[in-house]
Design a protein around this ligand. Structure first.
Ligand SMILES: [Zn+2]
Ligand SMILES: [Zn+2]
Length: 317
């Protein structure tokens, strides 16, 4: 087991020990922070196992050689100025970890929206006013989703669960299972209600025409994607927020993508913002956004840039 995977257990154990029936606001902040630090390490561990350079901000040959394989460099030239004397060992952010790991880790893809919510909370705790935290939603994520996510990673990575939490906490794992089945029941009911609404309104032709027109209009504004509505099966909207990190070394492709902000169906009026529900219904996107401006990519050139930004850099760049 690599050190990232090993160290993640330290943070998850702290979370597990702190989860109880009535978590206080102060505890929510600390537990969420530990949860985020654990997830970030876990995802780095998954990427590292496939290819260590996947976690570096600067994965170039000489830099990664110096960072990960210094002992392989021929002793006569190990201090040569052609090799970086101060290599850049900075590693990618939590969000970038999610956007990369989603392609190779089923659990990451399955809980992507929840992981983004945890990452966002982590950024608020580290840099912003704490009142911006949605504490109620975080409390639910801790009590209901923590064990589900960790158990899923343990199964996926074939790591024993007691690496992530003590076996004495198994009761909390069970109560999280009950909370999750309650969530699923609630979702099922909600879908039924909206299905009923649709079955009543689908006879109204002007309503359908209007819903179609409004959906197309919103889609044209950008940062949206069409998905099939889980209730009425019509074309519904995912509202997206681009995530991108511009890189001073522009020749290096940076990982970019979208965070789902909301789901909305204009045919049956179903609307969802809760990340756990979005995950439960598989409402997500793996679309990439422009690495320079964050806008939607409107070409198939595979440069990671939109047409405007390609023009800005010139076709050869
Ligand atoms: Zn619908
Ligand atoms: Zn662009």
């Amino acid at each position: 087991m690599n050190n990232y995977l090993k160290d993640s257990g330290l943070f998850f154990k702290e979370v597990s020990l702190g989860i109880h029936g009535n978590i206080s606001d102060k505890e929510i902040i600390q537990l969420t922070f530990n949860f985020a630090l654990g997830c970030e390490r876990l995802l780095k561990g998954i990427l590292y196992d496939i290819n260590p350079t996947y976690i570096l901000i600067e994965p170039t040959f000489k830099n990664s050689l110096r960072i990960f394989y210094s002992n392989k460099i021929i002793p006569e030239i190990v201090h040569d100025k052609e090799l970086p004397s101060k290599p850049n060992s900075d590693v990618i952010t939590f969000n970038t970890c999610i956007l990369r790991a989603q392609f190779i880790s089923k659990t990451t893809l399955q809980y992507k929206n929840t992981l983004f919510a945890i990452s966002n909370a982590r950024d608020i705790i580290a840099h912003c006013e704490l009142k911006l935290l949605d504490k109620q939603s975080l409390k639910e994520i801790l009590r209901r989703d923590f064990y589900a996510i960790i158990n899923s990673y343990a199964d996926e990575l074939k790591i024993r669960k007691n690496h992530f939490y003590d076996s004495q906490r198994v009761n909390f794992s069970k109560s999280s299972g009950i909370l999750r089945s309650n969530l699923e029941k609630g979702i099922k009911q909600e879908l039924e209600d909206h299905k009923r609404f649709w079955s009543l309104s689908k006879k109204n032709e002007s309503f359908i025409k209007d819903s179609k027109k409004r959906t197309e209009e919103i889609l044209k504004r950008g940062n949206t994607e069409i998905v099939k509505c889980p209730a009425c099966k019509n074309d519904a909207l995912l509202y997206l927020e681009p995530y991108f990190k511009s890189n001073q070394l522009r020749l290096l492709r940076v990982t970019t993508g979208y965070v789902v902000k909301e789901f909305r169906c204009l045919y049956c009026n179903l609307g969802i913002k809760n990340p756990s529900i979005l995950d439960n219904l598989g409402l997500r996107t793996i679309k990439e956004s422009c690495a320079r401006c964050g806008r939607e990519i409107d070409n198939e050139n595979n440069t990671g840039l939109c047409s405007d930004c390609e023009d800005y850099y010139g076709k050869d760049g």
